[in-house]
Design a protein around this ligand. Structure first.
Ligand SMILES: Cc1cc2nc3c(=O)[nH]c(=O)nc-3n(C[C@H](O)[C@H](O)[C@H](O)COP(=O)(O)OP(=O)(O)OC[C@H]3O[C@@H](n4cnc5c(N)ncnc54)[C@H](O)[C@@H]3O)c2cc1C
Ligand code: SF4
Length: 465
């Protein structure tokens, strides 16, 4: 059993076990991202990630998970500057995009893969290429519909067909790192991770955890917001679907880019909702991880990919990604894929690339910090990533008061129930207009100082070591 000593000027010295720290500081306050890292390193086979209304949560059995579980947990005190130093040997030049070798826009050249993917099929094309060229023995990706249509799981893909069946984004929390327990010794893997999972994986590698080193390529999406699983049932309730009419198929981004939510039920009903319209679910069901995490561009993946939101590319339709390489090996693979005409790409200046997502980068880098500070001021636990954004104008804090108040109200049970009474044809367009109006109104404040945003380290002791 492992222990950590917690001190506070006003409290007596407490000695807490690893399990108690994770339970009291992370899981019970609702901060757990469901990454699965603590379960990956647990020596107890009965300890598992279990489904809950908040997504997957760890269920410990018997002895504590090892000490390292606290050090790798991305919802506790994982210092990003330290992780930067251990993984990249330096801090990034850009605190918006992270370490960058090259940024591009583009898509899978194969039209079938492009159509299958969320925003051009770039991730799917690269994962397939890694398998075909035998750079990896298998891929860990996330598949909607496992073990049943409404749920999603991380799965091991040994063939191109397996990888293709995982194309698309899954916008509810899925535990990924607990699958490290299933890796075969001596084999090499590629894995798709969200930002918290990629950071925890790098922390596991830093701890010398063997299976984490078998993941030789980490790929992942830019990640703005995810939804709690209840969003789906609430959406169906607003359509008059009875709880005893099970879902038979669910796709988050079916059809032509940017795609639509498509749900089929056993009674034969089919519901389709344009991506920009079902965004109205976000303020009501946004996950706590989306609010607390400060990494949008998936800064610890070798390749991270987002939607290329630019008027010129949107006008062309069919799906465009914007992507960032962060390791020389991944950069060489992408160049090889371009030469083989597997990817169609165009280089883009990193500043231009980050402008496509300026609003969300601010939401994470400054908004995430302010929201975590709000929690601390209210005496509630909050993750501490070891840095703070600068500049942080007072006007930005005021904007965050408005944003956080909206989330606070919308996430109540009453608000969710009221939402289920409003037809989507009214709430969808109305919410979209409100969102665009708010974006325009808050843009001057949210973009102020963003271009030269820097992060100041706050864990002084570790910064020196
Ligand atoms: C929760 C979430 C929030 C996002 N927010 C934004 C945003 O705000 N702005 C933006 O531009 N882009 C966002 N994205 C990324 C975007 O939706 C696409 O995933 C990305 O552009 C890659 O497109 P693609 O066509 O290359 O991917 P595809 O070729 O469709 O491949 C996607 C791969 O990612 C894996 N994957 C899907 N969901 C998950 C998951 N939850 N965890 C781990 N692996 C997963 C799949 O298994 C698949 O292998 C988000 C994605 C997710 C999952
Ligand atoms: S390591 Fe991951 S799964 Fe475990 S408590 Fe922390 S966030 Fe949750």
């Amino acid at each position: 059993m492992t222990h950590e000593t917690c001190t506070n000027a006003t409290l007596p010295v407490l000695t807490l076990s690893t399990k108690s720290i994770l339970e009291s500081q992370v899981i019970e306050p609702g901060l757990c991202t469901g990454c699965g890292a603590c379960i990956a390193i647990s020596t107890q086979t009965e300890s598992v990630m279990a489904d809950s209304p908040l997504g997957p949560l760890p269920q410990f059995s018997g002895e504590d998970p090892p000490d390292a579980a606290v050090r790798v947990c991305p919802a506790y005190r994982l210092s990003y500057p330290d992780l930067y130093r251990s993984h990249y040997q330096s801090l990034p030049e850009s605190w918006l995009l992270g370490t960058v070798l090259r940024t591009r826009t583009g898509h899978a050249t194969n039209p079938d893969i492009r159509r299958l993917g969320a925003s051009g099929g770039t991730l799917t094309a690269v994962l397939c290429h890694l398998l075909i060229t035998k750079r990896v023995d298998a891929v860990v990706a996330v598949r909607q519909g496992v073990p049943e249509p409404e749920l999603a799981r991380a799965v091991l893909c040994h063939s191109v067909e397996d990888v293709l069946s995982c194309a698309q984004s899954v916008y509810v929390p899925v535990s990924v790192l607990d699958i490290l327990r299933q890796l075969e010794p001596g084999k090499r893997y590629a894995m798709t991770c969200l930002p918290d999972q990629a950071a925890a994986l790098r922390a596991l590698q830093r701890e010398g955890f063997g299976p984490a080193h078998q993941v030789v390529y980490v790929l992942g999406p830019y990640t703005g917001t995810a939804l709690y699983p209840a969003a789906i049932r609430n959406y169906l309730r607003s359509k008059g679907v009875r709880p005893n009419d099970p879902i038979t198929s669910l796709k988050w981004r079916a059809g032509e880019w940017p795609g639509y939510l498509e749900i089929k039920t056993q009674s034969g009903q089919i519901f389709r909702s344009n991506k920009v319209y079902y965004n109205f679910l976000i303020p009501f069901f946004i996950t706590q991880n989306s609010l607390q995490n400060m990494d949008f561009a998936n800064e610890f993946s070798d390749l991270s990919v987002g939607d290329a939101w630019s008027p010129a590319l949107e006008a062309q339709g069919q799906g465009f990604s914007v992507f960032t390489t962060r390791s020389q090996e991944m950069e060489d693979i992408l160049q090889e894929m371009c030469e083989l005409n597997l990817l169609t790409t165009k280089s883009i200046d990193p500043v231009k690339a980050s402008e496509m997502h300026g609003h969300m980068m601010d939401f994470k880098k400054r908004g995430g910090y302010i929201r975590n500070q709000f929690r601390r001021k209210l005496g509630r636990p909050a993750p501490d990533y070891g840095f703070r954004p600068s500049p942080l104008p007072f006007s930005r804090i005021l904007v965050e008061c408005v944003i956080s108040s909206i989330f606070l109200v919308c996430r109540t049970r009453l608000a969710r129930w009221l939402l289920s009474l409003i037809p989507e044809r009214i709430i969808g367009p109305a919410f979209n207009r409100l969102r665009l109006g708010w974006k325009a109104l808050s843009k001057p404040t949210k973009r102020k100082g963003l271009g030269n945003l820097t992060m100041i380290e706050t864990h002084k002791a570790s910064a020196k070591s």
